[in-house]
Design a protein around this ligand. Structure first.
Ligand code: GTP
Length: 360
């Protein structure tokens, strides 16, 4: 049996205001809490037992997922009293693991959407005899990530955090946030203090001569840490570009959840999802966007690559592009919100208060 740890305790600061009331893994992507996609993918790869390492807004996970039986999984929850960081969180759940000391344990960051072949990562781990194996992906601009150069056999040579100079960019391989640990290695992480697995545990293991193996898998990969990435990921799930068994409906240009009301003349494209009980008015145009449950988009509004929070209201003819409207907020008629705008939860933007001239 393979078991896994899912790290879901981060504050998700980059994703605010979506994460003010909801932890990042519970924000809906393609109609269900994002975590559902990760759990379903792990289950499809043969994982049966998953321990969720929770901290921020920890109380919301168990009422939703329960013991996991609805997904065919056995789920357990362990909450940190104070956040322990990624490595500390892994160590903190060690007592719940059932694997023998030499057996592999999967670990996933709770904010990565990927088509990673999970079985292949475990197989690589077993065949290489590594202490820890890491999923690596290639990116065109690696500056915001942790670089992981490997030798010709895939063995990790270094961990280089967020390089700044061109000389430091020695590879385009980055840590993709999925690992296999030999169970006994988890027990060597210090208990009861914050530890970063990326900045402390991995470099420490390498310095001590441990065998860390990288597996480059260049399938779909996206870190959903920012609003733009989250909206992109949701649309890619709806479009079927990102694989998940948990999308509640057939993949295509749009996904409309039960009890949503969409006027016949509204246009939904580019992987737009309309949540339960949401209402879309006549002539509204939505592309690549996520409208969460109970939200209202009034007639002739144009919403592109944006996320409209639970119960939020977008006024008639408003233009929203690359933006996030928090839960319960109201954007009055005829406003224009452009890339990067974030409207806080329950905020009220009076009609016509934000307009941009064509040359701005
Ligand atoms: P930002 O605040 O926007 O950077 O997001 P974040 O808090 O999620 O941090 P980051 O993206 O670096 O975290 C990577 C993964 O580890 C995410 O799945 C987090 O939920 C998780 N994580 C980060 N810190 C902790 C922690 O202290 N405890 C637990 N249990 N999980 C954590």
């Amino acid at each position: 049996m393979t078991e896994a740890i899912l790290l879901v305790g981060g504050k998700g600061t980059r994703l605010r205001p979506l994460t003010v009331n909801t932890p990042k893994p519970m924000v809906p992507a393609a109609g269900v809490p994002f975590l559902t996609h990760q759990l379903a993918r792990a289950k499809a790869a043969g994982v049966e037992h998953i321990v969720l390492a929770t901290s921020y807004l920890a109380e919301v996970f168990e009422p939703y997922f329960g013991d996991g039986s609805a997904l065919g999984l056995h789920l357990e929850y362990v909450t940190e009293r104070d956040p322990l960081g990624t490595g500390g969180a892994i160590r903190n759940v060690a007592s719940r693991l059932r694997s023998d000391p030499d057996e592999p344990v999967l670990i996933f960051n709770g904010d990565i959407l990927t088509g990673l072949d999970i079985r292949a990562l475990v197989a690589t781990h077993r065949s290489s005899g590594a202490d820890v194996s890491l999923h690596l992906t290639r990116v065109t601009d690696p500056r915001a990530y942790g670089l992981v150069p490997t030798d010709s056999t895939g063995r990790v040579q270094a961990f280089l955090e967020k390089p700044t100079t061109p000389e430091e960019i020695v590879t385009d391989q980055i840590n993709a946030g999925a690992y296999v640990f030999r169970r006994s290695v988890i027990d060597t992480i210090p208990a009861d203090r914050p530890v970063s697995v990326e900045r402390e545990t991995f470099p420490g293991l390498l310095a001590a001569g441990a065998h860390l193996q990288g597996m480059v898998d260049s399938t779909y990969w996206l870190d959903l840490g920012t609003p733009a990435a989250f909206v992109r990921g949701s649309a890619d799930l709806v479009l079927g570009r990102a694989p998940s068994p948990a999308v509640p409906g057939r993949c295509g240009d749009r996904l409309v959840l039960p009890r949503a009301q969409v006027a016949p003349g509204a246009k939904l494209t580019g992987g737009t999802v309309i949540g339960e009980r949401a209402t879309i008015g006549e002539g509204a145009q939505l592309s690549g966007s996520a409208v969460l449950s109970g939200a209202v988009v009034e007639p002739h509004a144009v919403v592109t690559d944006s996320l409209i929070g639970e119960g939020a209201r977008i006024g008639a003819r408003a233009v929203i592009s690359g933006s996030v409207v928090g839960d319960g907020a109201t954007v009055g008629a005829d406003n224009e919100l452009l890339a990067g705008a974030r409207v806080w939860c329950n905020a009220i933007l009076p009609p016509g208060s934000l307009r941009f001239s064509p040359d701005q």
